[in-house]
Design a protein around this ligand. Sequence first.
Ligand SMILES: NC(=O)C1=CN([C@@H]2O[C@H](COP(=O)(O)OP(=O)(O)OC[C@H]3O[C@@H](n4cnc5c(N)ncnc54)[C@H](OP(=O)(O)O)[C@@H]3O)[C@@H](O)[C@H]2O)C=CC1
Ligand SMILES: CC(C)(CO)C(=O)C(=O)O
Length: 305
Amino acid sequence: MKIVVLGAGALGAYFGARWEQSGQDVVFLVRPKRAQQLRQSGILIHSVEGDYAIEAPNVIEDASEVDTADLVLLAVKGYHLQDTISQLKTLTAKGARVLPVLNGIEHLPILQEQLGEEAVLGGLSFIIATLDNQGDVVHASSFHDLRFGPLHPSQQALCQQIESVSRNAKMNAKQADDISLEMWNKYMFITAFSGITTATDSVIGEVRKRPSTFRIAEKILEDMTKLANANNIPLNKQHVEKAMDNLRKFDEDATSSMHQDRRKGLRLEVEHLHGGAIRLAEQSGLELPYVETIYGILKRFENKD
Ligand SMILES: NC(=O)C1=CN([C@@H]2O[C@H](COP(=O)(O)OP(=O)(O)OC[C@H]3O[C@@H](n4cnc5c(N)ncnc54)[C@H](OP(=O)(O)O)[C@@H]3O)[C@@H](O)[C@H]2O)C=CC1
Ligand SMILES: CC(C)(CO)C(=O)C(=O)O
């Protein structure tokens, strides 16, 4: 399978390298600075599931450099989405379909409008990964899950193909029974998890120590359930309880990628995640008091400029 990874940050480099390791034809479409770094040092994954290095990755800086592609793994932050559209248009014109693994939901209607509904699959990932100072991937948890599924009937065969080629790759890649529900479930979870850890600058163990702080996470989950229901997604109390259970089970020092970004002084995805939820709520005439509060706090640390 010919796979273009657009954005070779933590997620893109990780999943791209795992596919390459298992024999897939993987091209990394990156910006000039990252291209120089990857050409000089290659891609290096430090992982609890086994390290892996690609000494000379196939790196390109423009989509016109590939003839065809089956799949684009879109792994940029929400605030860089608009900059990827013209590259994506070039790739989809060559027959590729796009699997976005961004957290959140707002990117889906944007991609569908720009690329057409047939071109955009549903997707998400559960992994704790980050780039170190050298630009190497540090994958610190045992999970490395990729979920995907059709948002248009024409995508079914491709989803089966992705599952089948990923079987030999070091990752847990599976088709979702209902990708929209799974994406919303993750959106609900990440809005609470990233919100509470980043706003309090605390790992989850610290959050759990103070019931009044931990309670805010539950309130955000409840807000997000209301938003999902207004968008015809049947998230319910059981989903909230399961999410709370996961937050209780996380290792003491586990934290969100947004919190890791805050610690590094990097830009936060707050507009895409929490801002996106508020914009969606406005469309349905809903208020999300806990999401709005955490959004207001997170904006202080957004590092937009
Ligand atoms: N990290 C994690 O553990 C998890 C992250 N996610 C989600 O996955 C998404 C990606 O996150 P993550 O991998 O951590 O982010 P990173 O910041 O590590 O990587 C994003 C990459 O996108 C690149 N990029 C931005 N714009 C372009 C462009 N126009 N063309 C090519 N490359 C571009 C950046 O490159 P450059 O170096 O040029 O800036 C950067 O390397 C986010 O939505 C995040 O919320 C989901 C689950 C877990
Ligand atoms: C919750 C987690 C770690 C799961 O992948 C995540 O998506 C993030 O922190 O961005």
